[in-house]
Design a protein. Structure first.
Lengths: 71, 451
């Protein structure tokens, strides 16, 4: 996928499970930025992205805002 | 896979030094976001000579100016509807809520985006999971589902947990009791006052709630949830554990919850909030074990950043080690102990409604009560407690009247409380935040004589 996985906010190397969660999160961000998805896909991607934002936030993998993606 | 004891073990059990490191990183990013995107915050920072670059340690938090509800209200009045607090375009919002107006002032209006609502529900997940709610549970919400944010987030939290959610909106109290019983709810959520009201209603309907599957009451919205006498009454009446939570519309969710170990207080969700306790007059931080005002910084809602917000809630913080549950979030002993602006000065003595309630609720025969303050002959302030006695317990009134008056006086520097009996069913009942204090003294307004 070519997604770069950095350390978590605490400077720790992510576990295998955390890498998987972060990878899905980054992929959903990329999907949310696309403009060629129909409303059904675009809005559900955003819904999923909001959930993954929360999961990665809880795991201290990221702390960022996503309003520019409508999330 | 064994059942997890914590909703989010990674950060709920972080050593304190690592927790502080996480808070600092989040704080730096939140403050930079607010400075860049919210005119309200940029103006406040500039006026205080503060710049986000100055945040190098967590102690630098105190360089940031305190934010007040009054500033927020003024901003709303100057720039309707939301003031200049918003950090992004209102079109990005998916929800609108406003404060309940308990204090009778301009309601605070809030907007949230999609991820903000995930976060709002998430904080309730911390609390519900921490108190033992699991996917097998059936959770009943005795809540009106209106524009007051109340238990909305808790509803979504229970969906997220995988429990069966039963929304009890727009129904009478007896209909709610019937649903709780018929549907076999295992968890009931309401204000502490309304949990008592549900029990009263059930008793009038000839139903014994102790015989139902309800195992947990989760209460919020009033300080009473952590008053030992109220908790004891609720637990005995329902035959269930009673757990307290507390939040505020300004953050959209809860910031503290009582875990299943019930350590006599509520854990702070410190991986998502910074909770300071200050002396309300000097603004200086107070140490563990001293009463002060809580000041909250929230890492949740990015739509309206909340940074060093003065809550006016009275709290007493103790170290996390008070509890043996393993969470490293510190604890507010006794939960929220009331509000600084709830205090009434009666003939030179400070009277807090929560403190009065803590004493009144020690008397099990009391069904409902009201604190009534007035000015006698336009000279002397008086305070009375109007009390309704539970049906069948009327014989206890003479002794109760004497003892309640004495206990209240002892706790209030000898202040005389008049204890009056009210006919059963005549005092107001409440579903949301109870308003048991009526202050009938003349109001003094700026530029106008007292009436």
């Amino acid at each position: 996928m070519g997604i770069r996985i950095e350390n978590d906010l605490l400077g720790r190397e992510p576990t295998g499970a955390e890498r998987d969660v972060l990878e899905v999160y980054e992929r959903l961000k990329a999907l949310a930025a696309r403009e060629d998805l129909p409303p059904s896909a675009a809005r559900n991607v955003r819904k999923a992205l909001a959930c993954l934002w929360q999961a990665t936030n809880d795991l201290a993998l990221q702390f960022e805002q996503l309003y520019h993606l409508g999330v | 896979m064994p059942e997890a004891a914590y909703w989010n073990p990674k950060t709920e059990t972080l050593p304190r030094d690592e927790l502080a490191r996480l808070q600092l990183i989040k704080l730096q990013r939140l403050v930079a976001w607010a400075h860049e995107r919210s005119p309200f915050h940029r103006r406040a920072f500039d006026a205080a000579g503060f710049h986000p670059d100055q945040l190098r340690t967590l102690a630098d938090l105190r360089r940031i100016p305190l934010m007040t509800r009054e500033q927020w209200m003024e901003a709303q009045v100057e720039t309707p509807l939301f003031g200049d607090l918003l950090a992004t375009e209102p079109q990005q919002a998916i929800r609108y809520h406003l404060t309940s107006g308990t204090s009778g002032r301009v309601p605070i209006r809030v907007l949230d985006g999609m991820k903000d609502w995930e976060w709002i529900a998430e904080m309730w997940c911390y609390g519900f999971w921490g108190f033992g709610v699991r996917p097998k549970d059936s959770v009943y919400f005795a809540f009106g589902y209106g524009s007051f944010i109340g238990f909305w987030g808790a509803h979504y939290a229970c969906e997220k947990i995988g429990a069966l959610v039963m929304p009890g909106g727009a129904q009478t109290t007896d209909q709610r009791v019937r649903q709780i019983v018929d549907m076999g709810a295992t968890v009931v959520c309401s204000t502490p006052t309304y949990a008592l009201r549900l029990w009263q209603q059930a008793t009038e309907m000839g139903l014994d709630l102790r015989a139902t599957p309800v195992e947990r009451l989760i209460v919020s919205g009033e300080p009473a949830g952590s008053i030992p006498a109220v908790k004891r009454q609720l637990e005995e009446a329902w035959g269930a554990k009673c757990g307290d939570t507390a939040g505020m519309t300004e953050i959209g969710t809860i910031m503290i919850f009582e875990c299943a170990h019930q350590p006599g207080g509520t854990h702070i969700i410190e991986d998502h909030f910074i909770e300071e306790v200050i002396n309300p007059e000097s603004g200086e931080p107070v140490p563990y074990g001293e009463l002060g005002e809580r000041v909250v910084t929230s890492f949740g809602r990015g739509f309206i950043p909340l940074i060093r917000y003065r809550s006016k809630d009275m709290v007493l913080k103790v170290p996390f080690s008070r509890c043996t549950c393993g969470r490293t979030g510190d604890i507010y002993d006794g939960g929220i102990r009331g509000r600084w602006d709830d205090m009434k000065l009666i003939r030179g003595t400070n009277v807090y409604p929560r403190a009065v309630e803590a004493i009144v609720r020690e008397f099990d025969a009391v069904d409902e009560f009201q604190i009534y303050v007035w000015r006698k002959d336009n000279i002397q302030d008086e305070i009375a407690i109007k009390v309704e006695i539970k049906p069948g317990r009327e014989g206890e009134w003479p002794a109760l009247q004497r003892r309640l008056g004495a206990d209240l006086a002892i706790a209030h520097e000898g202040l005389r409380f008049i204890i009056e009996r009210a006919d059963y069913g005549t005092l107001p009942r409440f579903e949301l935040k109870a308003k048991r204090l009526v202050d009938d003294r003349p109001k003094v307004e700026y530029g106008a004589p007292a009436r």
